[in-house]
Design a binder for this molecule. Sequence first.
Ligand SMILES: [Zn+2]
Length: 242
Amino acid sequence: MKAGFQILTNAGGAALDFAQLLVPSLRQTIWRGRAGDASVALTFDDGPHPIYTPQILEILRRHQTPATFFPLGRNVERYPKLIQKMFAHGHTIGNHTYGHERLIFTSGERVRSEMVKTSQAIQRITGQKPRFFRPPRGLSGWRALVLASRLGMQTVLWTISPGDWRRPPAGLIVRRVLTKAEDGAIVLLHDAKYNDPREDRDQTVQALPEIIRGLRELGYCLVTLTELVTHRRVNERRAINQ
Ligand SMILES: [Zn+2]
Protein backbone atom coordinates (compact mmCIF):
# COMPACT_ATOMS: atom_id res chain seq x y z
CA MET A 1 0.00 0.00 0.00
CA LYS A 2 2.78 2.42 0.96
CA ALA A 3 4.67 1.91 -2.30
CA GLY A 4 1.46 2.42 -4.27
CA PHE A 5 0.69 5.55 -2.34
CA GLN A 6 4.20 6.86 -3.03
CA ILE A 7 3.88 6.29 -6.77
CA LEU A 8 0.51 7.95 -6.82
CA THR A 9 1.63 10.94 -4.82
CA ASN A 10 4.61 11.39 -7.13
CA ALA A 11 2.49 11.29 -10.23
CA GLY A 12 0.98 14.75 -10.06
CA GLY A 13 -2.08 16.59 -8.81
CA ALA A 14 -4.85 14.35 -10.10
CA ALA A 15 -3.19 11.23 -8.76
CA LEU A 16 -2.62 12.94 -5.44
CA ASP A 17 -6.35 13.69 -5.16
CA PHE A 18 -7.10 10.10 -6.02
CA ALA A 19 -4.69 8.76 -3.39
CA GLN A 20 -6.03 11.14 -0.78
CA LEU A 21 -9.49 9.70 -1.35
CA LEU A 22 -8.51 6.07 -1.77
CA VAL A 23 -6.19 5.60 1.18
CA PRO A 24 -8.71 6.56 3.88
CA SER A 25 -11.40 4.50 2.09
CA LEU A 26 -9.11 1.47 2.12
CA ARG A 27 -8.31 2.04 5.78
CA GLN A 28 -12.03 1.96 6.52
CA THR A 29 -12.54 -1.42 4.82
CA ILE A 30 -13.43 -4.08 7.34
CA TRP A 31 -12.55 -7.76 7.15
CA ARG A 32 -13.01 -8.54 10.82
CA GLY A 33 -13.71 -7.06 14.22
CA ARG A 34 -11.15 -6.43 16.90
CA ALA A 35 -8.75 -9.08 18.14
CA GLY A 36 -9.52 -10.10 21.70
CA ASP A 37 -13.23 -9.52 21.23
CA ALA A 38 -14.93 -12.93 21.35
CA SER A 39 -17.69 -11.80 18.98
CA VAL A 40 -18.76 -13.16 15.62
CA ALA A 41 -21.06 -11.47 13.10
CA LEU A 42 -23.23 -13.59 10.80
CA THR A 43 -24.03 -11.86 7.51
CA PHE A 44 -26.51 -12.81 4.77
CA ASP A 45 -26.15 -11.51 1.21
CA ASP A 46 -28.31 -11.17 -1.91
CA GLY A 47 -31.79 -11.38 -0.36
CA PRO A 48 -34.38 -10.92 0.76
CA HIS A 49 -35.96 -14.07 -0.63
CA PRO A 50 -39.67 -14.75 -0.06
CA ILE A 51 -39.04 -18.34 1.07
CA TYR A 52 -35.60 -18.49 2.68
CA THR A 53 -35.32 -15.12 4.37
CA PRO A 54 -38.43 -15.69 6.58
CA GLN A 55 -36.99 -19.07 7.63
CA ILE A 56 -33.66 -17.47 8.51
CA LEU A 57 -35.38 -14.66 10.41
CA GLU A 58 -37.37 -17.22 12.38
CA ILE A 59 -34.26 -19.24 13.30
CA LEU A 60 -32.46 -16.06 14.37
CA ARG A 61 -35.48 -15.04 16.47
CA ARG A 62 -35.76 -18.45 18.08
CA HIS A 63 -32.08 -18.41 18.97
CA GLN A 64 -32.07 -14.74 20.04
CA THR A 65 -29.36 -14.06 17.50
CA PRO A 66 -28.77 -10.67 15.93
CA ALA A 67 -27.30 -10.70 12.42
CA THR A 68 -26.60 -8.48 9.43
CA PHE A 69 -28.25 -8.57 6.02
CA PHE A 70 -26.86 -7.19 2.77
CA PRO A 71 -29.94 -7.17 0.53
CA LEU A 72 -30.00 -6.09 -3.11
CA GLY A 73 -31.90 -2.86 -3.74
CA ARG A 74 -34.20 -4.47 -6.31
CA ASN A 75 -35.18 -7.13 -3.74
CA VAL A 76 -35.67 -4.48 -1.07
CA GLU A 77 -38.25 -2.84 -3.32
CA ARG A 78 -39.87 -6.16 -4.05
CA TYR A 79 -40.08 -7.41 -0.46
CA PRO A 80 -40.30 -4.35 1.79
CA LYS A 81 -42.11 -6.29 4.52
CA LEU A 82 -39.10 -8.56 4.98
CA ILE A 83 -36.82 -5.55 5.34
CA GLN A 84 -39.26 -4.09 7.84
CA LYS A 85 -39.13 -7.36 9.79
CA MET A 86 -35.32 -7.50 9.76
CA PHE A 87 -35.22 -4.00 11.14
CA ALA A 88 -37.93 -4.67 13.74
CA HIS A 89 -35.96 -7.72 14.90
CA GLY A 90 -32.89 -5.59 15.48
CA HIS A 91 -30.71 -6.81 12.64
CA THR A 92 -28.31 -4.51 10.85
CA ILE A 93 -29.13 -3.85 7.19
CA GLY A 94 -26.34 -2.98 4.77
CA ASN A 95 -26.13 -2.04 1.09
CA HIS A 96 -25.13 -4.69 -1.50
CA THR A 97 -25.95 -2.57 -4.60
CA TYR A 98 -29.21 -2.57 -6.52
CA GLY A 99 -28.65 -5.35 -9.05
CA HIS A 100 -25.33 -7.08 -8.18
CA GLU A 101 -23.35 -5.45 -10.99
CA ARG A 102 -19.63 -6.14 -11.44
CA LEU A 103 -18.53 -2.80 -10.05
CA ILE A 104 -15.06 -2.91 -11.53
CA PHE A 105 -16.48 -2.93 -15.07
CA THR A 106 -19.28 -0.45 -14.39
CA SER A 107 -19.19 3.30 -15.00
CA GLY A 108 -18.78 5.60 -12.01
CA GLU A 109 -22.22 7.08 -12.57
CA ARG A 110 -23.82 3.63 -12.62
CA VAL A 111 -21.95 2.51 -9.50
CA ARG A 112 -23.14 5.60 -7.70
CA SER A 113 -26.73 5.12 -8.77
CA GLU A 114 -26.61 1.42 -7.74
CA MET A 115 -25.51 2.45 -4.26
CA VAL A 116 -27.76 5.47 -3.85
CA LYS A 117 -30.92 3.72 -5.10
CA THR A 118 -30.34 0.88 -2.65
CA SER A 119 -29.66 3.10 0.34
CA GLN A 120 -32.75 5.16 -0.46
CA ALA A 121 -34.92 2.04 -0.74
CA ILE A 122 -33.71 0.82 2.66
CA GLN A 123 -34.10 4.23 4.25
CA ARG A 124 -37.66 4.57 2.97
CA ILE A 125 -38.55 1.43 4.93
CA THR A 126 -36.42 1.67 8.06
CA GLY A 127 -35.87 5.42 8.34
CA GLN A 128 -32.14 4.72 8.55
CA LYS A 129 -29.40 4.96 5.97
CA PRO A 130 -27.20 1.87 5.76
CA ARG A 131 -23.73 2.49 7.16
CA PHE A 132 -22.12 -0.62 5.66
CA PHE A 133 -21.50 -1.50 2.03
CA ARG A 134 -20.55 -4.92 0.70
CA PRO A 135 -19.50 -5.00 -2.95
CA PRO A 136 -20.89 -7.87 -5.06
CA ARG A 137 -18.41 -10.78 -5.14
CA GLY A 138 -16.26 -8.82 -2.70
CA LEU A 139 -14.79 -6.92 -5.64
CA SER A 140 -15.06 -3.24 -5.11
CA GLY A 141 -12.50 -1.44 -7.23
CA TRP A 142 -11.15 1.92 -6.17
CA ARG A 143 -14.14 3.87 -7.51
CA ALA A 144 -16.72 1.98 -5.47
CA LEU A 145 -14.49 2.13 -2.40
CA VAL A 146 -14.25 5.89 -2.59
CA LEU A 147 -17.93 6.29 -3.46
CA ALA A 148 -19.09 4.13 -0.56
CA SER A 149 -16.97 6.17 1.78
CA ARG A 150 -18.30 9.45 0.34
CA LEU A 151 -21.83 8.16 0.85
CA GLY A 152 -21.02 7.55 4.51
CA MET A 153 -20.65 3.76 4.29
CA GLN A 154 -17.83 1.54 5.44
CA THR A 155 -16.95 -1.26 3.03
CA VAL A 156 -17.27 -4.67 4.68
CA LEU A 157 -15.84 -7.91 3.36
CA TRP A 158 -15.60 -11.08 5.41
CA THR A 159 -13.31 -13.34 7.43
CA ILE A 160 -14.99 -16.72 6.81
CA SER A 161 -16.70 -17.84 3.62
CA PRO A 162 -18.02 -21.40 3.96
CA GLY A 163 -19.15 -21.34 0.30
CA ASP A 164 -22.81 -21.93 1.15
CA TRP A 165 -23.78 -20.44 -2.24
CA ARG A 166 -22.35 -23.57 -3.88
CA ARG A 167 -24.87 -25.54 -1.81
CA PRO A 168 -22.61 -28.07 -0.10
CA PRO A 169 -24.24 -30.29 2.57
CA ALA A 170 -25.35 -28.35 5.66
CA GLY A 171 -22.88 -30.28 7.86
CA LEU A 172 -20.00 -29.07 5.73
CA ILE A 173 -21.13 -25.44 5.95
CA VAL A 174 -21.29 -25.80 9.75
CA ARG A 175 -17.83 -27.42 9.96
CA ARG A 176 -16.24 -24.80 7.73
CA VAL A 177 -17.56 -21.99 9.92
CA LEU A 178 -16.72 -23.61 13.25
CA THR A 179 -13.20 -24.71 12.32
CA LYS A 180 -12.33 -21.21 11.10
CA ALA A 181 -14.07 -19.33 13.92
CA GLU A 182 -11.94 -16.63 15.50
CA ASP A 183 -12.32 -13.42 17.48
CA GLY A 184 -14.14 -10.75 15.51
CA ALA A 185 -14.92 -13.05 12.56
CA ILE A 186 -17.40 -11.93 9.92
CA VAL A 187 -19.16 -14.94 8.38
CA LEU A 188 -20.46 -14.72 4.80
CA LEU A 189 -23.74 -16.58 4.15
CA HIS A 190 -26.48 -16.14 1.53
CA ASP A 191 -30.26 -16.02 1.90
CA ALA A 192 -30.81 -15.91 -1.89
CA LYS A 193 -29.01 -16.24 -5.19
CA TYR A 194 -28.50 -12.86 -6.82
CA ASN A 195 -29.31 -14.01 -10.37
CA ASP A 196 -31.65 -16.94 -9.82
CA PRO A 197 -34.49 -16.71 -7.27
CA ARG A 198 -35.40 -20.36 -7.99
CA GLU A 199 -32.18 -21.69 -6.50
CA ASP A 200 -32.79 -23.03 -3.00
CA ARG A 201 -30.97 -22.06 0.16
CA ASP A 202 -32.07 -25.11 2.14
CA GLN A 203 -28.50 -26.00 3.12
CA THR A 204 -27.88 -22.56 4.60
CA VAL A 205 -31.19 -22.70 6.48
CA GLN A 206 -30.37 -26.18 7.82
CA ALA A 207 -26.85 -25.19 8.82
CA LEU A 208 -27.84 -22.02 10.66
CA PRO A 209 -29.06 -23.44 14.02
CA GLU A 210 -25.91 -25.60 14.25
CA ILE A 211 -23.67 -22.65 13.38
CA ILE A 212 -25.30 -20.58 16.12
CA ARG A 213 -25.11 -23.38 18.70
CA GLY A 214 -21.54 -24.29 17.76
CA LEU A 215 -20.24 -20.71 17.89
CA ARG A 216 -21.83 -20.20 21.30
CA GLU A 217 -20.32 -23.46 22.57
CA LEU A 218 -16.94 -22.15 21.46
CA GLY A 219 -17.57 -19.09 23.62
CA TYR A 220 -18.45 -16.53 20.96
CA CYS A 221 -21.09 -13.86 21.34
CA LEU A 222 -23.13 -13.34 18.16
CA VAL A 223 -23.49 -9.69 17.23
CA THR A 224 -24.51 -7.41 14.39
CA LEU A 225 -21.85 -5.66 12.32
CA THR A 226 -22.79 -2.43 14.03
CA GLU A 227 -21.99 -4.04 17.36
CA LEU A 228 -18.84 -5.71 16.05
CA VAL A 229 -17.53 -2.36 14.87
CA THR A 230 -18.71 -0.13 17.69
CA HIS A 231 -18.04 -2.78 20.31
CA ARG A 232 -21.24 -2.03 22.12
CA ARG A 233 -24.91 -2.80 22.06
CA VAL A 234 -26.82 -0.23 20.05
CA ASN A 235 -30.34 1.13 20.06
CA GLU A 236 -31.37 -0.13 16.66
CA ARG A 237 -31.91 -3.63 18.08
CA ARG A 238 -33.42 -5.55 20.94
CA ALA A 239 -36.94 -5.93 19.72
CA ILE A 240 -36.14 -9.48 18.71
CA ASN A 241 -39.04 -11.05 20.62
CA GLN A 242 -41.68 -9.18 18.67
ZN1 LIG B 1 -23.74 -10.96 -3.45
